[in-house]
Design a protein around this ligand. Structure first.
Ligand SMILES: Nc1ncnc2c1ncn2[C@@H]1O[C@H](COP(=O)(O)OP(=O)(O)OP(=O)(O)O)[C@@H](O)[C@H]1O
Ligand SMILES: [Mg+2]
Length: 300
């Protein structure tokens, strides 16, 4: 049996994680953790140069020395709170952006038509493309989401395998499902998210310093407060293991922007009056719980 890495004191696997390395389930068995007393996220810095590159990027963005358009990106990132060493592993300590939500619903959307960097081997490139072929056309892919349903006090979780089985048309309904369809009107939440995405798009269109390969949007909202007056949403970027200084310094990151703009277009389709939800069989896991990593849990 595989031995799990020892958990640092006062930590547990990250609650409400929807994608990426899950503690105990990833190949290395390392995964994201949280500090029980504060809720802060601990992200292990795995596979050099990936982990150290992400650390370097956070350091750059939050450094006093940087200026210009890139500073405006700070509100779209979790804050870097420091680093922590335990048992030979270094962890980034990050602001937990989900912690303040009573019934958090979260989705991880990886951006970019190209999700491999210039260091990738031909095999790696092939693997990345095969993971979700429509990404080359639409520039984004869903990696997983969880959504809360107040009607039966449940959470429904879909993993990346399930998300990647969707066609580019199915994706629209997958996203609608994340935002509450068909039980609830998804539009007020989508409108609030769109506002944040458009603000992010404006910043990214003017920053020429970095290229973001395979970074994700983490979109969060509160599943209980769906009325216009008390909607709570957040949009952040996470995962900077493949962020590089731009080689040109005169052009925006078109690969990232292409994906972001397509994602915005999908959400605009969702708020169109003519949009009608169609349920997707591949997302119906409620009858097949034991064989799937997608599941529905009833809260007590
Ligand atoms: N600051 C945060 N607050 C709350 N949840 C987070 C935060 N950062 C990450 N997460 C959760 O963890 C998941 C994975 O995060 P991330 O993409 O950074 O890790 P990873 O994919 O395992 O890393 P890498 O690809 O660099 O090895 C996200 O989809 C999200 O659910
Ligand atoms: Mg990730």
């Amino acid at each position: 049996m595989d031995v799990l890495p020892q958990l640092p004191p006062d930590t547990a696997p990250l609650e409400h994680q929807v994608a990426g390395h899950f503690y105990g389930r990833s190949k290395t068995k390392f995964g994201l953790l949280q500090r029980c007393s504060t809720g802060d996220v601990l992200k292990p810095l795995l596979n050099p140069p990936r982990g150290p590159r992400e650390h370097q990027f956070y350091d750059n963005i939050f450094s006093d020395k940087i200026s210009g358009e890139i500073v405006k990106l700070r509100p779209f990132l979790p804050k870097l709170l420091g680093t922590y060493q335990f048992d030979g592993m270094t962890y980034l300590i990050l602001e937990n952006i989900i912690q303040s939500y009573e019934y958090p619903c979260a989705i991880d959307i990886k951006l970019g038509r190209v999700t491999y960097d210039c260091e990738a081997t031909p095999e790696k490139i092939e693997r990345q493309i095969a993971k979700f072929e429509p990404a080359a056309e639409i520039g984004f892919q869903l990696l997983g989401w969880k959504t809360y349903r107040q009607l039966d006090n449940s959470y429904i979780y879909h993993d990346k395998k399930c998300a990647r089985s969707l066609t580019k048309d199915d994706l629209l309904y997958g996203m609608a499902h994340f935002f509450g369809a068909p039980e609830y009107d998804h539009r007020p939440i989508v409108r609030a998210v769109l506002e944040r995405l458009v603000a992010l798009e404006q910043i990214m269109a003017k920053q020429y310093e970095f290229v973001f390969i395979a970074s994700s949007l983490l979109i969060v909202y509160d599943g209980k407060n769906r009325e216009n007056d008390n909607i709570k949403v957040d949009v952040r970027l996470v995962d900077f293991a493949h962020v590089f200084p731009s080689s040109s310094n005169t052009e925006p990151d078109e690969n990232f922007l292409f994906g972001l703009r397509h994602c915005i277009n999908y959400l605009k389709m969702l708020i169109d009056d003519k949009f009608q939800y169609i349920s997707i069989d591949k997302l119906d896991h409620t009858t097949n719980l034991s064989t799937s990593t997608c599941y529905k849990t009833l809260l007590k």
